[in-house]
Write a protein that binds this ligand. Structure first.
Ligand SMILES: Cc1ncc(COP(=O)(O)O)c(C=O)c1O
Length: 487
């Protein structure tokens, strides 16, 4: 650092050196207690006379910047550090509408949060205690041994080829025609949906979806400033008459549909309904984004083919896959399956955003899935979730005053309460350490104040029972309910 002091002819050397060292100390670059070079060392570093350096050190000491310890040397004193403090930007004033809306719609910040010790029906994440860690460790070691160097370097925007090929085949097994189709790997469903909205819509476009629907999807549609057309869901699922009307009344650009274990209702759309929905959208030439998350959980009855399978060789359905609700959501891996020309362009959008999804994660997931561990795991967890679902459903029917309860399995139930405001009920339940998600956050139009979603995937059977009984007690403590029941 002291080599940087360059003296020009004519400059008073000791003033120049003094000012340099003073500035270095006052800016905190030489912290309190650090030792200065001896006068001899400094002399040879700067190439001035020893007397000049002695004069500088005396001046520094006189001004309280250094102190000398006999026989040990010269040390930096404790001084007020001169930190810049007068340029403070008001960042909140500079934030654009996109960021403002993202913050306003961030339910993690604005909704009631889980606190330790509560029974939480909020989460619909998989139960991590069921993850097969031994198999995952094996998959990790295998892949890193086989091609560690490769997967730790940059990869391809489209994704890790073995995983893409595996998923192509996986889509075929779901009954989907893969001719002329391709896959882009994304950071979960969420990035896939965002990439599609960024690539296919413009501000003000109309997008049709179920009402209620996935809260994150509502947030993304709003962030893209789309005009959301919600189609009513009743006890039989999506209301096809309402769909027809909405299609007649609006020039819709895209439809976003969650046919299996729909979030938040947990309903699985029947095959007949999927066909009717497809032909209605086809007749109005509205392409479909099918959210295929959760399909793997189909534990009631036989597998129902995705809408992408109904479209056959047509290219009108874009399917977004994600295993997030069943396996390793922390890996953030999803995929967009669709027309190969579309995927070709989406690949560039993905590259421009974040180059690619982590190759290490993709490779581990691939190894895990191809080893057959995934199928074994799914069989195991389906049974466990089925038991939780059956218990939760029975208890909700018995204890919670409701107009109807929706959910065909999966990880959550959706309840329409009997004349009770779900947010008021939530406040009372939180006092008793039970928390759930109020249903209105899933509605596109502020409805659903008398609804709630109960996620049970990460709770024990005992917690499910205790929690539902408390919700029931608090619901019945509402005078209006008492009156309806008495009458
Ligand atoms: C409807 C729906 N789709 C997809 C996902 C998964 O999203 P991601 O893959 O980004 O975790 C969820 C998660 O809750 C969901 O509810």
């Amino acid at each position: 650092m002291f080599h940087n002091i360059k003296l020009k002819n004519g400059e008073t050397a000791y003033v120049k050196i003094y000012n340099y060292i003073k500035e270095v100390i006052e800016n905190g670059m030489l912290p309190h207690g650090s030792k200065l070079p001896s006068t001899r060392e400094m002399t040879s570093m700067i190439n001035v006379s020893r007397n000049t350096i002695i004069k500088v050190y005396e001046l520094l000491e006189d001004n309280g910047l250094v102190y000398t310890e006999k026989g040990k040397g010269t040390f930096v004193s404790k001084v007020n550090i001169n930190k810049n403090s007068d340029w403070n930007i008001d960042w909140l004033n500079k934030i654009n509408n996109y960021a403002k809306t993202a913050e306003e719609l961030d339910i993690m910040k604005h909704e009631q949060l889980y606190k330790k010790g509560m029974i939480s029906f909020k989460s619909i994440a998989p139960d991590e205690s069921l993850f097969d860690m031994e198999e995952l460790k094996r998959a990790f070691l295998n892949r890193i041994t086989l091609e560690g160097e490769k997967i730790l370097n940059y990869g391809y925007a489209k994704g890790y080829k073995p995983l893409i090929d595996f998923l192509m085949n996986y889509m075929k097994e779901k009954g989907v025609n893969t001719k002329g189709k391709s896959i882009l790997i994304t950071n979960g469903f969420t990035e896939g949906f965002d990439i599609l909205l960024s690539s296919l819509t413009n501000r003000g476009d109309k997008i049709l979806c179920e009402n209620p629907t996935h809260n994150t999807s509502i947030k993304l549609m709003k962030l893209h400033e789309l005009d959301i057309i919600g189609v009513r869901i009743n006890e039989d699922g999506i209301d096809l008459e309402d769909l027809d009307e909405k299609l007649k009344d609006n020039k819709v650009k895209l439809a976003y549909i969650i046919p299996s274990y729909h979030n938040p209702t947990g309903m699985v759309m029947s095959f007949e309904k999927r066909e009717k929905l497809y032909s209605a959208l086809k007749s109005h030439e509205v392409p479909i984004i099918e959210d295929g998350f959760n399909e793997e959980l189909q534990h009631l009855g036989a597998h129902i083919a995705p809408i992408a399978a109904i479209s056959g060789e047509e290219n009108s359905v874009i399917y977004i896959g994600s295993l997030s609700k069943i396996l390793f959501p922390g890996m953030r891996i999803g995929w967009i399956f669709g027309d190969e020309k579309l995927i070709y362009t989406l690949e560039s959008v993905k590259r421009s955003r974040n180059i690619h999804t982590s190759s290490l994660d993709q490779a581990i997931l691939y190894e895990y899935m191809k080893s057959g561990s995934f199928e074994k795991y799914v069989k195991k967890v389906r049974n466990i979730y089925r038991e939780k679902y059956e218990l939760a459903k029975r208890l909700c029917e018995e204890y919670i005053p409701n107009k109807f309860i929706l959910g065909d399995g999966g990880l959550y139930l959706f309840i329409k309460l009997k004349d009770i405001n779900a947010r008021e009920l939530l406040d009372r339940c939180i006092k008793r350490e039970v928390i759930f998600t109020p249903g209105d956050i899933f509605y596109t139009n502020g409805e659903g104040l008398d609804t709630l979603r109960l996620g049970f995937s990460r709770l024990t059977l005992d917690e499910i029972e205790k929690g539902i009984k408390i919700i029931g007690e608090e619901a019945y403590s509402d005078n209006r309910v008492q009156r309806t029941i008495d009458s």
